[in-house]
Design a protein around this ligand. Structure first.
Ligand code: GLU
Length: 424
C-alpha cells in the first residue's frame, strides 16, 4: 500500500476540514478537473432558520436550525436531522457532504444533505420537542420534498420526530406525502428493517473486512463506542456472528467485561433506564479513552465525530476499525492508522446501511407496496457487500487506503454525472 500524503489541519476538530482533506487526496489521485473540484468542495445550498418556540415555563426560546444540501447531482438530496448542542454550520456541512459520498457508494439515486437544530433534547419536554420539530418543518417546507430533499433521523431524532415532520409537511401540502421523510414509524409508511439497518450494515462491513484479514469471528474481541441506534444494533449483530463484545459505552459512561458483555441485557437495561447504560450489572466502569484503547481486534466507533485523533491514535490496539458514526476519525489520524497497519472501513461505506433502507422505504412509499423483512434484509446485505467490493476494488487499483478508495469511488461517480449534466 502506497503511503497517502500526511494531512495537516488548521483545526483538526473541524469536521468540514477533515472531509475536505480526504476529498483533496482522492481528487489528486484521480486528477479531478478543477471545475468539478470547485463544484463539489462547497455545498450547493445552505439554509439557516430561527425558530421561536413556546417553552413549558411560559418563556419563548429562539433556536437555530439548518438544512444544508451538498449535492443533488445524482438525485434528491438525502440525509438526517440532528438535535444536539454541538450542531453548527461546519458540522452540518461536513455531514451533508458525507451523505453525497455515502449515497454514491451505496449506489442509490440520491444526493447528500443534512439538517440540524442546536438544542439540548435531554432538557426538553416532549411537547417542546414537538413544537420545535413542527416549527422547523414549516420553516423548511420549501426545501423538503419527496423529489427534492428527503430528511431522516440522525443523532437524537427517530421515528417520533419523523412522524411530526410527515404530519406537518402533509398538512401544509394538503395531501399525505409519506415519501417526504424516511425513518417513519411502521404504521405511517415506515419500512421493516429501517431501525436496525445502520447497525446491521456495520456488521456486514465488519464481516467483509474480517474475511480479507482472515479473522475468525468466534476468536474476535470487539469494543463498540456509542449505544444509540447504531452502536446497540451493531453490538447485537456482532454477538449474533459469534464476536465477543467486551466493551461498550454511551454518552454517560463506558463499561468493560473481559468475558464478554451480555448485549441483549444491555439493550433491555438501556430501554428501561431512559436510554442509559448507567447501573448495568456484571461490568466494570472504565473511561471513554480506556474503551477506545482496549485490547480488542475490532473497534466500532458508533457515537460521533472526532473520537480517534492524532492524540490517541498511537494507543489503539485494534486491527480493524469499522466506523458506524460519521466522521469518528480526524483526517490527521489517517496517516498514523495507515502506518500502524490498522484497516479502517470508513464511515461513508460502513454506515451506509441506514440510508440504503431509507431508500427502500422511499421506494415502498412511492409504490404503495410494502416489502417483507426478509426482502429488505437480503437487498440491504447484498448492497453493502457490493459497496464494500467496489471500495476495496478502488483502494487496490489506486494502491491506497479503504477510506481514500471509498472517496475515489464516490467522486468518480458524482464527477461523471456532473460532466454529463453540465452547467449553464
Ligand atoms: N442519518 C443517517 C446517516 O447519517 C441516515 C440518513 C438517511 O437515512 O437519510 O446516514
Amino acid at each position: 500500500m502506497k503511503k497517502d500524503s500526511k494531512v495537516v489541519l488548521k483545526d483538526s476538530n473541524n469536521p468540514y476540514e477533515s472531509m475536505l482533506a480526504r476529498f483533496d487526496v482522492a481528487a489528486k489521485i484521480i486528477k479531478l478537473d478543477e471545475a468539478t473540484h470547485n463544484v463539489l468542495k462547497v455545498p450547493s445550498k445552505q439554509v439557516t432558520v430561527s425558530l421561536p418556540v413556546y417553552m413549558d415555563d411560559g418563556t419563548t426560546k429562539v433556536f437555530e436550525g439548518y438544512r444544508i444540501i451538498h449535492s443533488t447531482i445524482l438525485g434528491p438530496s438525502k440525509g438526517g436531522i440532528r438535535y444536539s448542542t454541538l450542531v453548527d454550520v461546519d458540522e452540518v456541512k461536513a455531514l451533508a457532504a458525507w451523505m453525497t459520498w455515502k449515497c454514491a457508494i451505496a449506489d442509490i439515486p440520491y444526493g447528500g444533505a443534512k439538517g440540524g437544530i442546536t438544542c439540548d433534547p435531554s432538557k426538553m419536554s416532549v411537547g417542546e420537542l414537538e413544537r420545535l420539530t413542527r416549527a422547523y418543518t414549516i420553516a423548511m417546507s420549501d426545501v423538503f420534498g419527496e423529489n427534492k430533499d428527503v430528511p431522516a433521523p440522525d443523532m437524537n431524532t427517530g421515528p417520533r420526530e419523523m412522524a411530526w415532520i410527515v404530519d406537518t409537511y402533509s398538512k401544509i401540502k394538503r395531501e399525505y406525502i409519506p415519501g417526504v421523510v424516511t425513518g417513519k414509524p411502521l404504521h405511517l409508511g415506515g419500512s421493516l428493517g429501517r431501525t436496525e439497518a445502520t447497525g446491521r450494515g456495520v456488521m456486514i462491513a465488519a464481516m467483509e473486512a474480517m474475511k480479507k484479514l482472515k479473522m475468525n469471528p468466534s476468536k474476535t474481541k470487539a469494543a463498540v463506542q456509542g449505544f444509540g441506534n447504531v452502536g446497540s444494533y451493531a453490538a447485537h449483530f456482532f454477538v449474533e456472528q459469534g464476536i465477543k463484545v467486551i466493551g461498550i459505552s454511551d454518552a454517560w459512561g463506558a463499561y468493560y467485561n473481559p468475558k464478554g458483555i451480555d448485549i441483549a441485557k444491555a439493550i433491555a437495561h438501556s430501554e428501561t433506564h431512559g436510554k442509559r447504560l448507567t447501573g448495568l450489572k456484571n461490568v466494570e466502569k472504565i473511561t471513554n479513552e480506556e474503551l477506545l484503547e482496549l485490547n480488542v481486534d475490532l473497534l466500532a466507533p458508533c457515537a460521533m465525530e472526532n473520537q480517534i485523533t492524532h492524540k490517541n491514535v498511537h494507543k489503539l490496539k485494534a486491527k480493524l476499525i469499522v466506523e458506524g458514526a460519521n466522521g469518528p476519525t480526524t483526517a490527521d489520524a489517517d496517516a498514523i492508522l495507515q502506518d500502524k497497519g490498522i484497516l479502517v472501513i470508513p464511515d461513508i461505506l460502513a454506515n451506509g446501511g441506514g440510508v440504503t433502507v431509507s431508500y427502500f422505504e422511499w421506494v415502498q412509499n412511492r409504490n404503495g407496496y410494502y416489502w417483507s423483512l426478509e426482502d429488505v434484509i437480503k437487498r440491504a446485505d447484498d448492497s453493502m457487500i457490493k459497496a464494500f467490493a467496489n471500495c476495496w476494488g478502488d483502494a487496490t487499483k489506486y494502491k491506497t487506503t479503504m477510506r481514500i478508495g471509498a472517496y475515489i469511488f464516490a467522486l468518480n461517480k458524482v464527477a461523471n454525472a456532473i460532466k454529463s449534466r453540465g452547467h449553464f
